[in-house]
Ligand binder design. Structure first.
Ligand code: 13P
Length: 264
């Protein structure tokens, strides 16, 4: 079963409109000479306020090599929810196919719960977009030996009341919290082990087809120097990249590091 790899750049709270356009232009230039069919899916996730200009910039090349994700959404379609953005509003952007949900920073700083993440995943799929559901353990949980239990609980709750078919289309990002923004990448073999465990969890919940189809990414200090080894693992289907996605050349190197698996 071949799964198309994804390299996604989570820009987090960086870049105003001018900087977002500049980074997008830079990335387009880096990927210009490469045949689209040889690339993994390339996804960038700007801040909400830059989605419009980045979408316009992507339309200019018309090559469809780069897609967009938003970093969050709200699950209600509209109404008195000051400061929130609905999925219907995200559908304004023709290049936006993915929505990141449940990032550890949102869980930690904005009290996002498993229940909210589940509601978001259901609403995203009902609107024809694809959730990138993040999960991961803290250093304390790892040291306590409860990594697998914690992650399988996060995944079980995130996919409650979601069909096998919708699960198959979805994306999961395993991001150990201790590896995010620390420069300490999780050992590739260990990341692959956890990702296999996530796939087994999906298999027991939704069946073999969903487990074989769902793409599971690794995130946490991914760098140009680490990507090839990560992609060489059996179950790692790509990367969710933070810091190294903020420079066109380093992100492009990561994209290129995933090409071997993309053309299999
Ligand atoms: P870093 O690549 O900066 O560690 O961030 C990872 C991440 O949180 C992506 O969502």
């Amino acid at each position: 079963m071949s799964r198309k790899p994804i390299i996604a750049g989570n820009w987090k709270m960086h870049n105003n409109n001018a900087q977002s356009v500049e980074l997008t232009e830079g990335l387009k230039a880096e990927l210009k000479e490469i045949d689209k069919n040889l690339l993994p899916e390339v996804v960038i996730a700007p801040v909400f306020t830059s989605l419009y200009v980045v979408n316009e910039e992507l339309n200019k090349c018309g090559c469809g090599k780069i897609k967009m994700a938003s970093q969050n959404c709200y699950y209600e379609p509209k109404g008195a929810f000051t400061g929130e953005v609905s999925i219907d509003m995200l559908k304004d952007f023709s290049n936006l196919e993915y929505v990141i949900i449940g990032h550890s920073e949102r869980r930690q700083y904005f009290n996002e719960t498993d229940e909210m993440i589940n509601k978001k995943a259901i609403a995203i799929l009902a609107n024809g977009l694809i959730p990138i559901v993040c999960c991961g353990e803290t250093l304390e949980q790892r040291e306590e030996g409860i990594t697998d239990k914690h992650i399988s609980t996060q995944i079980t709750k995130a996919f409650e009341n979601i069909s096998a078919e919708d699960t198959a289309k979805s994306v999961i990002a395993y991001e150990p919290i201790w590896a995010i923004g620390t420069g300490k990448t999780c050992d590739s073999v260990e990341a692959n082990r956890v990702i296999k465990m996530i796939r087994e969890t999906i298999k027991s919940l939704k069946g073999e087809n969903a487990a074989n189809s769902i793409r599971i990414l690794y995130g946490g200090s991914v760098k140009p120097e680490t990507i090839e080894e990560q992609m060489a693992q059996s179950d790692i289907d790509g990367a969710l990249v933070g810091g190294a996605s903020l420079k066109a050349d380093s992100f492009a190197k990561i994209v290129k590091g995933a090409m071997a698996k993309a053309s299999v």
